[in-house]
Design a protein around this ligand. Structure first.
Ligand code: NAD
Length: 473
């Protein structure tokens, strides 16, 4: 709730991904603001941690109510900055509100002292205490739901939060900031800022932060972990993904294609959990590809943030168009076959069409690097072991999908190296379920009691029940 304005000319331009038109400027904080922000959070901590849990939860519920009330207008500006359709923006905002509510409701059960059995006549209690100020670094692709998965748990756990908001999509973080103020959260409990990479790095290095929670690319995640290590500050790192979708010979192909099209092309493929490598049993490969090509969405041709059913918006920025196209060209150069899409649309804005490529060789970059765009590379496999080996062949391990007979896919599902494996569905992260990556997809969890406890600290309180026990007899 502290509006930090740059006292230097540090600002980034905001453009409309549909038209490339200038939307405004986002002011970055100067390096000199870093210490003040961290100190303010530190000072706010002693007061906020003492606010009773029930009261902290009520304030977060009030914040959720205020945000929910403004969803209609916010979804329009969010869509305009991001490129996702208004319907997608609205759905994400609703999920964010749900996350805030869940945090406030679940905290009452999670933040409870528990008793261990007496040991040598000593009573032992495990207490959960607020950990301290939190630095939350948020990406542009899901700025509402990612922010809610950090902010809700941290606040109810008694931790003030400095939010390093994404420059590409500032409207959402600004709305959270206003909602925190309007709900009556104390000064300094929520501070939302925009910052350059070097200033963000300086924030990570501040000793006042007890926890850094970062969602973003694996590349920046490694930098954040290294910077936090200077003070041994624990991190939660929710990083990139490259999810395999394994389609077995007995899969219901209509169900598989309908679910995978929605998950693949939603938010124009700019989702960490999107299926991004399609491994299909050779016996159903051609039938699967035919349905996938038929059902892939068209680009939304209206230059307004609307989004009719069966359409998708543009990519968020020009860098993404270049990166996605580079992966497609690389695969084609190595012998892949183009079945749909494959080149940026010849019009203003950052449009890249739904793209399907088959016969993709295993060394193609699109199978190794997070594509983060509307590309569906399809690879045929022979035999379950080969599917498992291919699925587990990248360093990423965030999400995986399997479509097949539930009676015959247990071994396959259990063999996949991922933080979440979904069978015959593509359900996204739910507030009450811990979701986290492994390997290059990061560590730590968001959601569930684990997501709340990341911001708490445990303390064992022990006292002898008798004098003999005190003497160790
Ligand atoms: P990014 O890594 O480029 O940036 C993430 C955030 O870090 C931004 O706010 C950015 O300004 C900030 N940042 C940049 N340099 C920094 C530095 N040196 N120190 C501290 N902060 C710095 O990622 P992005 O392009 O904003 O987001 C897309 C990425 O996020 C994709 O890789 C996607 O898979 C990942 N993601 C992961 C999850 C998950 O739950 N695992 C969810 C959403 C997005």
């Amino acid at each position: 709730m502290v509006a930090v304005q740059s006292d230097v000319a540090g600002a980034v331009a905001l453009t409309d991904p549909r038209t490339g038109e200038h939307l405004g400027r986002v002011q970055l904080i100067p390096p000199s603001a870093v210490e003040r922000l961290a100190r303010t959070a530190h000072e706010a901590f002693s007061a906020w941690a003492r606010v009773p849990l029930s009261e902290r939860c009520s304030l977060v519920l009030e914040m959720a109510r205020i945000l929910e009330h403004g969803i209609g207008d916010l979804a329009v500006s969010f869509s305009q900055e991001h490129g996702k359709t208004v319907a997608e923006a609205e759905a994400e905002l609703r999920r964010a509100v749900e996350m805030l509510r869940w945090s406030a409701e679940a905290a009452q059960d999670v933040v409870r002292s528990s008793e261990l059995p007496d040991r040598a006549g000593t009573e032992r209690i495990v207490a959960i205490e607020p950990g301290g100020p939190v630095l939350a670094i948020v990406p542009w692709n899901f700025p509402a739901v990612v922010l809610a998965r950090k902010l809700g748990p941290a606040l109810v756990m008694g931790c003030p939060v400095v939010v390093k908001a994404p420059d590409e999509t500032p409207a959402v973080a600004a709305a959270f900031d206003r909602a925190a103020t309007a709900a009556g959260l104390p000064h300094g409990t929520v501070q939302v800022v925009h910052a350059s990479p070097s200033v963000s790095d300086a924030l990570v290095r501040r000793p006042e932060f007890a926890t850094v929670t970062f969602t973003g690319s694996t590349r920046v995640g490694r930098l954040v972990a290294a910077a936090a290590a200077a003070n041994l500050t624990p991190c939660v790192l929710e990083l990139g993904g490259h999810a395999p979708a394994v389609i077995t010979a007995d899969a219901d192909l209509d169900l598989a294609v309908a679910a995978l099209v929605a998950a693949k092309f939603g938010s124009t493929g700019q989702s960490c959990g999107a299926p991004s490598r399609f491994l299909v049993d050779r016996r159903v490969h051609d039938a699967f590809v035919k349905k996938l090509v038929e059902q892939a969405p068209l680009c939304d041709h209206q230059q307004v943030p609307s989004g009719a059913p069966g359409t998708m918006g543009p990519l968020n920025n020009a860098r993404r168009v270049e990166a996605v196209h580079g992966l497609v060209l690389d695969a084609l150069r190595r012998g892949a076959r183009l079945r749909l899409g494959g080149a940026p649309l010849d019009r203003s804005g950052h449009y890249y069409p739904a793209t399907v490529i088959t016969d993709v060789p295993v060394d193609a970059r699109v199978l190794l690097e997070e594509p983060f765009g509307p590309i569906a590379p399809v690879v045929a496999y022979d035999g379950e072991d080969s599917a498992i080996a291919m699925a587990n062949s990248t360093d990423y391990a965030l999400s995986a999908y399997v479509f097949g007979d539930p009676g015959r896919t247990d071994r396959l599902c259990r063999s996949l190296n991922a933080g979440s494996v979904s069978l015959n569905c593509t359900a996204g992260a739910a507030p009450d379920a811990p979701l986290g990556g492994r390997g290059a997809s990061g560590y730590g969890y968001e959601g569930g009691s684990q997501g709340l406890l990341a911001f708490g600290r445990l303390k064992i309180l022990q006292r002898p029940r008798s004098e003999e026990a005190a003497m160790g007899h």
